[in-house]
Design a protein around this ligand. Structure first.
Ligand code: BDR
Ligand code: CA
Length: 329
């Protein structure tokens, strides 16, 4: 049997983050060294607690959780920077009830396990300096922790096998009219990661919305009846209902973003259009702040190993999720 690939997950759990975490753990294909938590969907206090709850649900309290940064590297310090774009609300009170994509706490028992005392950035720095084997990073929140570690010691990139990132949009956006939420919340960190020199695969909204899931798909995920499948399907359905109530979806489907990173690691052919191209991030502070820029002009030769996923195979994605989440109790 081939050796398990060493993996560190950096996330802002978060409902789709929770499904991605469960998929990574249950796949049994990774040696998950740690989960580092970041701001984004919620402040770090909640994303850390939610991460611990998910790991406990799967009986994987042995995976250490390192709390990370609670805001972007410099974004909030920059005068005149757009920090509150005109967006559709991601939560709203409808008929006296709050409807939100990401409830503050996942509906799971309070975690008994404590997070690690060491900060996520120092954990990343220490581990990536000391490792004898290259490590894969999967990042599905604002990449402040990884960006900071790379800033402290850029040479750690040599020990990164690859970074698979959910973020950005080539033709799509959600947080502002130009930017996706993870990249919007820490554009400098996204730029540092894209330019670190290690192979980076960006899974943007273009790919995740291409494999958006319907109610029928969600029922398929739930069909095994395992604890993970039932919990995951509930989260995905809740997100679809919230998307509809908040006016983000009118076609009966919703993009399940973060798990596509893990499914790509499990089965790269789940991405059907992966382009090697130069990437950049708008740091101008104006209306395009945090926008992912991809140079797809014919004849342009990228100098860095940055790849952008444009399309996916929905049936393969659904099948990977369904089979993996069917494992366990
Ligand atoms: C990304 O932002 C978060 O809300 C999700 O968890 C996902 O990582 C989608 O734009
Ligand atoms: Ca996320």
């Amino acid at each position: 049997m081939s050796r398990k690939q060493k993996l560190i997950i950096d996330c802002d759990t978060g409902s789709d983050d929770a499904v991605a975490l469960m998929t990574a753990v249950l796949s049994d294909r990774f040696d998950i060294l740690a989960v580092t938590t970041t701001h984004g969907n919620l402040p770090v206090k909640y994303t850390t607690e939610n991460t611990l709850r998910v790991l406990e649900l799967l009986g994987r309290q042995d995976i250490p959780v390192y709390p990370g940064c609670n805001e972007g590297m410099v974004k909030l310090l920059t005068p005149g920077r757009m920090v509150n774009p005109k967006i559709k609300a991601i939560s709203k009170v409808i008929d006296g009830k709050e409807v939100a994509f990401h409830d503050r706490y996942l509906d799971l028992p309070e975690a008994v396990t404590k997070p690690q005392a060491e900060h996520a950035c120092s954990f990343l720095l220490r581990t990536l300096r000391e490792t004898k084997e290259k490590i894969i990073l999967a990042a599905f929140g604002p990449m402040t922790n990884i960006g900071m570690a790379l800033r402290m010691d850029p040479s750690i990139a040599q020990n990164i096998e690859g970074i698979v990132v959910m973020g950005g949009g080539v033709h799509e956006a959600n947080k502002s009219m130009a930017a996706e939420s993870n990249f919007f919340n820490d554009p400098e960190a996204a730029k540092i990661v894209l330019e670190c020199g290690a192979p980076v695969v960006v899974i943007p909204l273009d790919a995740t919305n291409d494999v958006a899931l319907s109610r029928e798909d969600i029922a398929k995920i739930a069909s095994s009846g395992t604890t993970a499948a039932t919990f995951a399907a509930g989260l995905v359905l809740h997100a679809l209902e919230a998307a509809e109530l908040l006016g983000f979806s009118d076609n009966g489907k919703n993009g399940l973003h973060d798990p596509l990173t893990i499914c790509f690691l499990l089965e790269p052919t789940v991405i059907t259009d992966l382009r090697h191209c130069a990437c950049d991030i708008d740091l101008g502070g104006g209306r395009a702040d945090g926008q992912l820029l991809c140079d797809m002009r014919p004849g342009e030769k990228p100098t860095l190993p940055t790849y952008v996923a444009m399309r996916g195979d929905k049936d393969k994605y659904l099948s990977l999720l369904t089979h993996t989440l069917a494992k366990g109790r």
